[in-house]
Design a protein around this ligand. Structure first.
Ligand SMILES: NC(=O)c1ccc[n+]([C@@H]2O[C@H](COP(=O)([O-])OP(=O)(O)OC[C@H]3O[C@@H](n4cnc5c(N)ncnc54)[C@H](OP(=O)(O)O)[C@@H]3O)[C@@H](O)[C@H]2O)c1
Length: 298
């Protein structure tokens, strides 16, 4: 239905919760504003049950939830707030959609995984690997996944990793790439964690893959979508500066030395084998980074 309607140019209406955020903005641009119903703070609050009345008035065919409590360290102390937005809001939205045959899509994170204690370190996590989150943020996102699929097995839960992209939020937030460029300009010594391996993903590449994915109408469930390849945050920062041709003082540190409040998995690369089976793939992280830097005003 999704593919037919999109291709036929039908005025399919797609609600995007968190439409001013990084991923919400990229999806809105690609889908086209004439089809998108933007749902974001301050007019729309996904944690408020009244938001369902707003959705009802919009007559949508598909609801994509990109809103989230993403402050991984703050979630350690603001547990209630993290669960309200990452677990209870998605289940409220998915229950509403399931009852009305509206396709529901929501996003989760590589931080649902923990550290492998024995064999398998350095092997990308598959959708069927056991989640064992190390942080409140990870637990709240994992609870959201479980609750959504419990209410609506047709829903899509898409796990991704290290997102960066432009946003239209009124809050002054910077993604990792823009933050590195700002610190690079300030001439300070930059300490970046070198013992956490990830696959940083641009919202442009993820949004394009999500739309192709929806077009192929696969069964509901969990899907991993992140850049190909892997690197440490330190290697990612080094690539940002190399591509930009600047050489600030960049120092690798361990997670323990960095001392963030929340624990992160030391290896959280997500296997792409399941989406490869659908004929989908995301570019290598370095290719997407070059594209982002080519368009970045920083
Ligand atoms: N960012 C990452 O590195 C990363 C990594 C893995 C997975 N993910 C997941 O990917 C998804 C997209 O992340 P993102 O980076 O695009 O997030 P984002 O940039 O923070 O965007 C989230 C949007 O939702 C809005 N929002 C916050 N609370 C809301 C509420 N109660 N009701 C409605 N809207 C609300 C935010 O508004 P304000 O800006 O005003 O708060 C913002 O516009 C999330 O599910 C996230 O957990 C992200």
């Amino acid at each position: 239905m999704f593919q037919r309607n999109m291709q036929a140019g039908n005025q399919m209406r797609i609600g995007i919760v968190g439409s001013r955020g990084q991923l919400g903005s990229a999806l809105s641009r690609l889908i086209g504003m004439e089809r998108v119903v933007g749902l974001d703070l301050p007019d729309f609050d996904a944690t408020n049950p009244d938001c369902l009345t707003q959705i009802a008035s919009e007559n949508i065919d598909c609801l994509i939830n990109t809103s989230a409590f993403n402050d991984v360290d703050r979630a350690e102390s603001d547990t209630d707030e993290a669960f309200r937005l990452n677990a209870f809001a998605p289940v409220q939205l998915s229950s509403y959609c399931a009852a009305r045959n509206i396709r529901f899509v929501t996003f989760s994170t590589d931080y649902v995984f923990g550290n492998r204690v024995s064999s398998g370190h350095g092997r990308p996590w598959t959708e069927t690997d056991e989640a064992l989150p190390l942080s409140v943020y990870g637990v709240s996102k994992w609870a959201g996944e479980r609750l959504v699929l419990n209410r609506d097995p047709r829903a899509y839960v898409i796990r991704t990793c290290g997102l960066y992209g432009t946003h239209r939020s009124s809050r002054p937030k910077k993604n990792f790439v823009d933050l590195m460029l700002q610190l690079g300009k300030e001439g300070k010594t930059i300490r970046v964690v070198s013992d956490q391996i990830v696959a940083p993903t641009s919202t442009e590449s993820l949004a394009a893959t999500v739309l192709e994915f929806l077009g192929s109408e696969p069964p509901g469930g969990i899907y991993h979508m992140a850049s190909s390849g892997e690197c440490s945050w330190y290697e990612f920062a080094a690539a940002i500066f190399r591509i930009r041709g600047i050489a600030p003082a960049l120092v690798p540190v361990t997670q323990a030395e960095y001392g963030a409040k929340a624990k992160r998995p030391s290896y959280s690369v997500l296997s792409q084998v399941k989406i490869h089976g659908l004929g989908l793939s995301l570019p290598h992280w370095e290719m997407s980074l070059k594209e982002y830097l080519g368009n970045s005003p920083f």
